[in-house]
Structures are given as structure tokens and as C-alpha cells.
Design a protein. Structure first.
Length: 211
């Protein structure tokens, strides 16, 4: 993102930095206070800008929530996860068993940002804002189906595991609820979560070598 900012005219770079600061402060407040208790005025105060600036950048709080969620997925790199270095390196591995730990480690960096927002989206699940998370999870489920197709070309799935079952398992075990339950709530170290998830998936999904 810094490289992108470096190519922007100064005024645009300043607006970009202000927008990013608003998003980060909104994220912190949503996680700390919840969605409903967080006001646009409070976000503006934390970000050090006028509330009109927040409304200029994000017309509604729901729109700001969408931007916050996009940041939790992408971080400071606007490149889609499938094109980021960790995913490219994982998919360059010749065997699914060697690819999986790299995939889960990459996903862990995303879930470290996304998992703290789970209670926020649970609280608005019946509101219009709840669609933001649901749409993201629908997309993640589709991504897992595509991932299984790619991994199964490297290493056969263990019988009788179907591609649908494999996608379901990866979707759940690498999801924000899994990360939150083990790392945030139970105090696991992220590397231990990565080791357990990748080891479980490799054991349950892929045929033994030489089988």
C-alpha cells in the first residue's frame, strides 16, 4: 500500500491516509464497544478528523462497516488473497500436504484481523449490515471449493472424501469462528492453531503417500 501511495499526488495520498486511519479506528472501536455503541462522532474523534470527513468518506455507518470488513480480509495490501505471495508460494508446492501449512498460515494472518469482528457481525446478523459478513462467507465458501479442486490435482483425496466434504472441512476449520475459539478464547498461539488445522486437514483429506 505504501508503494501505491508513493505514486499518488500529495492531495490524493493525504485523503487515502485519512480514509485508512478512519477504517482502522472504526475497527478498533467496533471490536471494543460493538457496532451499535460506536458512533460516527466517536470514530471521528479517535481518527482525529471532523465528523463531516467521516461522512464524506463513508456516507453511512454500514458503508464504513463494509470498508472495515474489507480491510480485515485484505489488510494493507489491496491484492486479493489468492494473488498474494503466501498463496502463490503455497500453490507452487507439488504436493497438497506441503501446500496446506502455507495456506493455513496465510489464512491465519487474515483471521487474526477478522475473528475479533465476529461478535460485531453476530449482533447485526438480522440487520442489513449482517449481509456484509454473510456475503463474505459465501464467497469464502466458493473459494474453498476452488481450492479443493486445485489441491486434488496435486494429491488425491482420501476415499470416501468428496470434494464437497473437503471444501466444507476447510471452510469450517480455517474460518474466523475456529480461529476465535482456539486463539482468542482458549489462548492458543497462532502457530499452534496453524499446526493443528493443517495437520488435521492433511490427515483427513488426502490419501497416504504411496496409497
Amino acid at each position: 500500500m505504501d508503494a501505491v501511495k508513493g505514486r499518488m499526488p500529495p492531495r490524493q495520498a493525504k485523503a487515502h491516509a485519512t480514509r485508512a486511519r478512519i477504517v482502522r479506528q472504526a475497527y478498533e472501536l467496533f471490536c471494543e464497544l460493538g457496532y451499535r455503541a460506536t458512533t460516527m462522532e466517536l470514530i471521528a474523534e479517535r481518527a482525529g478528523v471532523a465528523v463531516q470527513t467521516v461522512y464524506f468518506a463513508f456516507r453511512t455507518k454500514d458503508e464504513l462497516l463494509r470498508a472495515v470488513h474489507e480491510w480485515t480480509v485484505l489488510g494493507d495490501d489491496p491484492t486479493p488473497p489468492q494473488l498474494q505471495d503466501w498463496h502463490v508460494a503455497a500453490m507452487a508446492e507439488p504436493d497438497a500436504r506441503s501446500a496446506m501449512p502455507k495456506i493455513v498460515a496465510g489464512i491465519a494472518t487474515i483471521q487474526a484481523r477478522t475473528a475479533p469482528m465476529v461478535p460485531v457481525f453476530n449482533a447485526v446478523s438480522h440487520d442489513a449490515a449482517g449481509a456484509i459478513y454473510q456475503q463474505s462467507e459465501d464467497m469464502r465458501r466458493r473459494d474453498m471449493a476452488e481450492l479443493v479442486e486445485a489441491l486434488a490435482k496435486k494429491t488425491p483425496l482420501r476415499k470416501p472424501v468428496t470434494r464437497r466434504r473437503a471444501a466444507d472441512l476447510i471452510f469450517v476449520l480455517t474460518g474466523p469462528m475456529s480461529y476465535r475459539s482456539f486463539v482468542i478464547d482458549s489462548g492458543w498461539k497462532p502457530r499452534d492453531w496453524v499446526r493443528w488445522v493443517s495437520g488435521t486437514l492433511c490427515h483427513d483429506l488426502f490419501a497416504d503417500p504411496g496409497a
